[in-house]
Write a protein of this length. Structure first.
Length: 215
């Protein structure tokens, strides 16, 4: 090769290109979204969020594994997973409970929240007192219209006889509120209650019109 000739530059090596992706895997995208949303949370908050999502879609509720003894020591073995239950009915999330009980007012919804947290909620959420923060949180989760001021809602529910005040802005469900949720809310009106009330009122009016006998 003479000095006037310059070596030719070799062509660049061919690089493998991935196949064109027509669409992202919906399942993988959902997993990535959930992981990103749950990562900043604390362990207790993360567990509550996962349990709510599972219950919302009628999936199996998370349950901590039980500890069983073995010959070599203790080994944790997973238990059969089943929804939490209370009495004969399966526990549901607050939105499903609201749909079942169909509260007619903010007072009834606040009573339902107190019932849910004291009787129905998973152990990690269960408590006997509720506050304005609980009203705002669970009204939103249940899809129920938020009151203008949650403090007045709790006061009104107390004045209606459904809740008892325990101080420091905390309220707890009382027997009247419990009976309201369990035995009255969500009942189908058979159309007989209103006529009975009208008949009773008519009898009272008739009794007032009857003149008393002269002594």
């Amino acid at each position: 090769m003479s000095d006037s000739e310059t070596p030719s530059t070799p062509p660049p090596a061919a690089t493998a290109t991935p196949q064109n992706v027509t669409g992202e895997d919906a399942e993988l995208k959902a997993i990535n979204t959930m992981v990103a949303a749950l990562s900043p949370l604390k362990d207790e908050q993360r567990l509550r969020a996962i349990e709510y999502v599972l219950r919302r879609f009628n999936a199996v509720t998370l349950q901590a594994p039980s500890v069983s003894s073995t010959a070599s020591g203790y080994a944790s073995t997973p238990t059969s997973q089943a929804p939490f239950t209370t009495g004969a009915s399966s526990i549901v999330d607050i939105r499903t409970l609201r749909e079942q009980k169909d509260p007619k007012s903010a007072n009834e919804m606040a009573t339902l929240v107190a019932y849910y947290l004291s009787e129905v909620a998973p152990p990690t959420d269960r408590k006997t007192e509720i506050s304005t923060a609980d009203v705002e949180r669970y009204f939103k989760m249940a899809g129920f219209k938020l009151p203008a001021d949650a403090r007045f809602t709790l006061v009104n529910a107390r004045n209606a006889g459904y809740l008892d005040s325990v101080g420091s802005g905390q309220y707890k469900l009382n027997p009247v509120g419990y009976n309201l949720v369990v035995h009255r809310m969500g009942k189908v009106d058979d159309g007989k209650a209103e006529p009975r009330r009208r008949q009773k009122a008519a009898r009272k009016r008739a009794a007032k019109k009857v003149p008393r006998g002269k002594k």
